[in-house]
Write a protein that binds this ligand. Structure first.
Ligand SMILES: [Zn+2]
Length: 157
């Protein structure tokens, strides 16, 4: 799997997890919007919402503007995309780069939980300072078993 596909899968898992925590489902519309955002951001880093809307329309996705706006808001809240103002009343969106984000991955249910940005940044900064290393990028991933999977396996025994 390429790094890009890998990254897209992580974003999808993060969004799914975010929605589940809010009691929302990962609907067909939400899946399509996220997919379109990931595709669009490959060609244009900062994209206006109209561009997304037009791309969705050209692929015959019947997604209304209000659904798009609501979903973008959810993606912002889950820190997968961020909004940048470029002029009064004009703004663009971009994918939040994952370089300073860490993940915890459950080997059983494949859930991905995000590790607090500030925590990973602190660790990475500390290591770079200590090793006199100029920071460029990192991945930070802890693999193991989540609470739910542990309690389920205990019940089996
Ligand atoms: Zn699990």
């Amino acid at each position: 799997m390429s790094a890009r596909q890998d990254n897209d899968l992580i974003k999808e898992a993060l969004f799914r997890e975010f929605l589940r925590a809010k009691g929302l489902s990962y609907t067909y519309e939400r899946q399509h919007i996220l997919k379109e955002i990931l595709e669009t951001s490959n060609t244009i880093k900062h994209f206006p919402i109209d561009r997304l809307y037009n791309n969705l329309q050209s692929k015959r996705n019947r997604i209304s503007k209000s659904t798009l706006y609501r979903t973008i808001k959810l993606l912002e809240d889950s820190r997968i995309v961020k909004k940048t103002d470029i002029a009064p009343d004009r703004y663009v969106y971009e994918i939040v780069e994952q370089y300073n984000i860490g993940h915890i991955v459950c080997l059983k249910c494949k859930n991905i939980i995000e590790i607090n940005n500030r925590e990973t940044k602190k660790i990475v900064n500390h290591i770079c300072r200590e090793k006199r290393f100029q920071y460029k990028t990192h991945t930070f991933e802890i693999k193991g078993y989540c609470d739910k999977c542990i309690s389920l396996s205990l019940k089996d025994e």
